[in-house]
Design a protein around this ligand. Structure first.
Ligand code: ADP
Ligand code: MN
Ligand code: MN
Ligand code: MN
Length: 337
């Protein structure tokens, strides 16, 4: 007998990479071998020397095919055995390793927007729906669009063993969020990519495209972000490290903005629950700041911070690498580990 392994990888599309996948039939019980693909079709190789290598790095039960079938997230390598330049996971690994003793944890909030027939689900054929105000965490057919897909996606994530911690309807019709975490940087980033693949794949069954566009509709409509909640052991035990982390993120604001997803300037305008991309700020309970300290964290004098800047279309491997490196090195310098 055999099982199906869906090999999933991140391509080389610029400026925002896309997911690709294909199926390998394997004998029952067989390990997951390396595999290959045509990199000239994924912006990962020139046509004349186009072989790229898929190395399985994280696998889980396939909740859609069921049985013993598997989903297999891969890193992309070139045939000489080095990571492909588009392979951001390989760049995260040494940083995660270096700071592992500080026990960094992440919880990422993935916002996204369903599209059908070229417009967000719930938008009328002409014109616009009623303005924002009732859609966020709404209920009822006049306020909520796509719930069946969202429920199926949540169940699929759970069946796959992913650490999904919740879902909610967002501020614009057809806009939703799921959260992954808390967990280590590599674990959460791997699971974010796997959960994205499941979302696209399940929405496909409904003729709906799930998109991570950071500003899917221009004008007075919320963008889509990937708020990234972060703590280290020291931050979970005291308040000074919380402030050190907030200050450290400010000192490297430009580098972080550059790694938080394409078109971030269009989303971080200072309107719609965002801080302007060019001005770093942090504050308690402030959803208009770049980085929020939740009010409960100020009361408890320990906990975590929320970096509200990453775009929905960010690469979680890049975001977790930047935050881990910036905050953990500052905490070490401050002697607060
Ligand atoms: P919001 O109020 O901003 O919408 P959510 O409930 O959507 O927040 O997401 C909060 C996220 O923070 C969850 O994914 C949760 O796992 C994560 N989280 C909670 N505690 C910590 C912590 N100590 N360190 C890192 N992440 C955390
Ligand atoms: Mn949220
Ligand atoms: Mn949200
Ligand atoms: Mn949030």
């Amino acid at each position: 007998m055999t099982y199906k392994a869906e090999y999933i990888w991140i391509d080389g599309t610029e400026p925002t990479a896309r997911l690709r996948s294909k199926t390998k039939i394997l004998p029952d019980g067989a390990d997951l071998p390396d595999w290959g693909f045509d990199g000239s079709s994924t912006n990962q190789a020139p046509g004349k020397n186009s072989d790229c290598v898929l190395k399985p790095v994280f696998s889980c039960p396939d909740p859609l095919r069921g049985g013993d079938h598997k989903l297999v997230l891969c890193e992309v390598y070139v045939p000489d055995g080095t990571p492909h330049p588009s392979n951001n996971r390989a760049k995260l690994l040494p940083v995660a390793e270096k700071w592992a003793a500080q026990e960094p944890w992440f919880g990422m909030e993935q916002e996204y927007t369903f599209f059908k027939d070229g417009r967000p689900l719930g938008f009328p054929e002409r014109g616009f729906p009623a303005p924002q105000g009732f859609y966020y965490c709404g209920v009822g057919a006049d306020e909520v669009f796509g719930r069946e897909i969202v429920e199926r996606h949540m169940d699929a994530c759970l069946a796959a063993g992913l650490n999904i911690s919740g879902i909610n309807a967002e501020v614009m019709p057809g806009q939703w969020e799921f959260q992954i975490g808390p967990g280590g940087p590599v674990e959460v980033a791997d699971q974010m990519w796997m959960a994205r693949w499941l979302l696209y794949r399940i929405a496909e069954d409904y003729g709906v495209a799930a998109t991570l566009a950071p500003k899917p509709v221009a004008g007075d409509w919320n963008g889509a972000g990937a708020h990234t909640n972060f703590s280290t052991k020291a931050m979970r035990e005291g308040y000074d490290p919380i402030i050190t982390a907030c200050e450290a993120l400010g000192a490297k604001a430009q580098e972080h903005i550059a790694g938080y997803g394409a078109d971030i300037e269009r989303r971080l305008t200072g309107m719609h629950e965002t801080a302007p991309w060019s001005e770093y700020s942090y504050g308690v309970a402030d959803r208009g700041a770049s980085v929020r300290i939740p009010w409960q964290v100020e009361v408890d004098k320990k906990g975590y911070i929320e970096d509200r800047r990453p775009n929905a279309n960010c690469d979680p491997y890049v975001v977790t690498r930047l935050i881990t490196d910036t905050c953990c090195s500052a905490l070490e310098r401050a002697g607060q580990v």
